[in-house]
Design a protein around this ligand. Structure first.
Ligand code: M6R
Length: 616
């Protein structure tokens, strides 16, 4: 979950490091630190608990020497609380080596004992310091930083990205990775390392992703990648699809406000270039082969959090259009329960970051069991696509706010594209119907813009609810995942206890929670569909109103029943049932953000969370 940046070149590395950390702060923000090597080979470090700003202010008050080699870290605490002492970098070789780490070293306890027995002392409670001291010792034996890190990386278990610099080797930064991301940025007379491309996109869009169990050594004019056995590795370069401005606030009050405003564009960009003659084409699926797409008898979607709710919506669409049974599993449950997989199972992973450890592990497990894996991912150069048989990228652009918004609608869009493509390949829908459905999907961005315009009253609604202790969300069919997503946003942003329920489940227990004043959001399906669950959901509204609840309905514009029975109605444009959730979710994103803002909370960096959950 931590953010990592490394730099060698001619520039003042401190500026590059702090700029990179600013862009990576969404990965973890409980402490930050840097290590810089000056031209005389002296190592300067500074680290502070708190947000990056604390470190930046500290460095402004008491500067450290400049240099052209350095590493920087922004932390999400795992081992040891967020204190100055536990912040990275950690030191080895008598203070001549600095090391930063993302991940968890699972066998740190026996390694620590080994170091204690050998006479080392520890300054922190972290697992990282074990690695720093070990690499320091290995350096004393080998006299080479790459060799020292290679020696130690092979002994570590768990997940790690490590970067190290040594006072004896100015102009060199060495990195290693296992189950945790690391990307190289290729510059001209300078090179970069980062947890993701955001670390260096301000300086270069040429990037190389480093594979599993590999090490990289960067110098101003060279980049070398080897595996943990010491063999050279061939790499391939890619171009980052967005520029630095895409990962900046651009005048918005928060990244989240900006990213919600980008929801229409996220859908439009994900659709771009994926339609021919009115039907969906996904050349990205070629590595799977049409034979497999015709033969698969089951799809399992694996994902966590918001991405799993997108997966639930994908289930409704794929089953309806392509007539393939779809299960949706939380990645962290999937691989621990002996799932039944075969060579006719397609596993679809969904992840914005492409780094969620639980999902990465589930992908690896599925492939070991013989299933093919398709990834739906938003982040180029990330680990999950590299470990998959095929990848469909969502083109939502960088998502910086910890709470996922535009990535969600892009994920749903990509899953719908998959459903439509499968329906075409398997012949489960005729061409005219596929063209109609594809056309409706293309209408979504414009409708989303209308939803955003119609959400202007939500800030006032949110201000009225700042003292609310609990909010319930109800939905049926595709409204159910939307209810779950609305509840998750409120938990993580506004720290309010909130639950999403399938409205049909109400009478089986949750209705006991309804007492006078309880706020309930209800996602109301369109009344126009003859098979609609609209009358049943309106009955649910009446049942909870009768017990004193205050109801906010997200309903199709002109829904007279919703207007009659709910206390507030947030209107959404007309759409057929499977497309409604893409519209209904946006007011809930806005509501979560506005309520958190009204409570004076940081909507981009909620407490205890990090953007990419790269630990299990
Ligand atoms: O990067 P991923 O899509 O794999 O992340 C999955 C979840 O961690 C993520 O959606 C999380 O639930 C968000 N904070 C929700 O807003």
């Amino acid at each position: 979950m931590c953010g990592i940046v490394g730099y060698v070149g001619n520039d003042n590395s401190l500026d590059v490091l702090l700029g990179g950390l600013k862009r990576l702060e969404y990965r973890g923000y409980d402490s930050a630190g840097v290590a810089v090597l000056d031209p005389h080979g002296t190592l300067h470090t500074r680290k502070r608990a708190g947000k990056l700003k604390v470190l930046v202010d500290d460095l402004a008050t008491t500067p450290i020497a400049s240099g052209s080699t350095g590493i920087g870290h922004t932390r999400w605490a795992t081992h040891g609380g967020p204190t100055d002492g536990n912040a990275h970098p950690h030191l080895g070789d008598g203070g001549r080596l600095a090391l930063i780490h993302n991940g968890i070293i699972e066998n740190y306890a026996p390694l620590k004992q080994e170091l204690l027995d050998a006479g080392d002392t520890f300054e922190s409670e972290t697992d990282t310091e074990v690695a720093a001291l070990l690499v320091g010792r290995a350096y004393r034996e080998t006299g080479d930083l790459t060799e020292a890190l290679r020696h130690v990386a092979g002994r570590l278990e768990g997940a790690f990205t490590l970067l190290a610099v040594h006072a004896d080797q100015p102009g060199v930064v060495v990195g290693a990775r296992r189950n945790s991301p690391l990307v190289i940025g290729l510059g001209d007379g300078e090179n970069f390392l980062g947890s993701d491309v955001a670390a260096f996109v301000e300086f270069t869009r040429r990037a190389v992703a480093i594979g599993q169990d590999q090490l990289v050594t960067i110098r101003p004019d060279s980049v070398e990648v080897i595996d943990f056995a010491g063999n050279p590795v061939e790499t391939s370069e890619f171009e980052v699809a967005w520029d630095a401005s895409a990962s900046e606030k651009g005048g918005w009050s928060s990244f989240m406000a900006k990213e919600i405003s980008e929801e229409p564009e996220a859908v439009a960009n994900t659709l771009l270039g994926r339609t021919e003659d009115g039907v969906v084409v996904l050349p990205e699926l070629e590595p799977l082969g049409d034979a497999l797409l015709r033969d698969i008898d089951r799809i399992i979607v694996i994902a966590c959090g918001t991405a799993a709710y997108a997966g639930m919506l994908g289930k409704y669409a794929i089953e309806s259009w392509a007539r393939i049974p779809v299960d949706v599993e939380l990645s962290h449950e999937f691989r621990y329960r002996d799932p039944v997989l075969s060579d006719r199972t397609l596993v679809v992973s969904v992840s914005q970051s492409g780094e969620t450890m639980d999902t990465l592990m589930a992908v690896q497990y599925a492939r070991q069991q013989g299933a093919k894996v398709l990834s739906i991912c938003n982040t180029q150069g990330s680990s999950i696509p590299r470990e998959s048989d095929a990848v469909v990228y969502t083109h939502a652009g960088p998502e910086v706010a910890v709470a996922s918004t535009k990535a969600f609608v892009a994920q749903v869009t990509a899953l719908y594209l998959l459903g439509l493509h499968l329906a075409l390949v398997r012949g489960t829908q005729d061409r005219a119907r596929l063209q109609k459905l594809t056309g409706e999907l293309h209408d979504v961005p414009a409708k989303l813009s209308k939803v955003l315009e119609a959400s202007a009253g939500i800030p006032q609604l949110a201000r009225w609810m700042t003292d609310t202790q609990s909010v319930l969300f109800l939905g049926r069919h595709v409204g159910y995942p939307v209810a779950l997503e609305g509840a998750l946003k409120l938990k993580e942003l506004a720290y309010i206890h909130s639950e999403g329920f399938a409205a049909g489940e109400l009478k089986h227990g949750p209705i006991a929670l309804i007492e006078p004043g309880q706020i309930v959001f209800v996602i109301v399906p369109s009344p126009r569909d003859p098979k609609s669950l609209h009358p049943k959901v309106i009955s649910n509204i009446q049942e909870i109103k009768a017990r004193g609840a205050r109801v906010v309905a997200i309903a199709e514009q002109g829904d007279v029943d919703a207007i009659q029975h709910a206390d507030e109605v947030i209107p959404i444009p007309l759409a057929s049932p499977l497309f409604e959730p893409l519209l209904a979710v946006v007011p809930l994103h806005v509501f979560g953000m506005e309520l958190a803002s009204a409570k004076g909370l940081d909507v981009d960096q909620p407490r205890n969370l990090a953007k990419s959950v790269t630990v299990e």
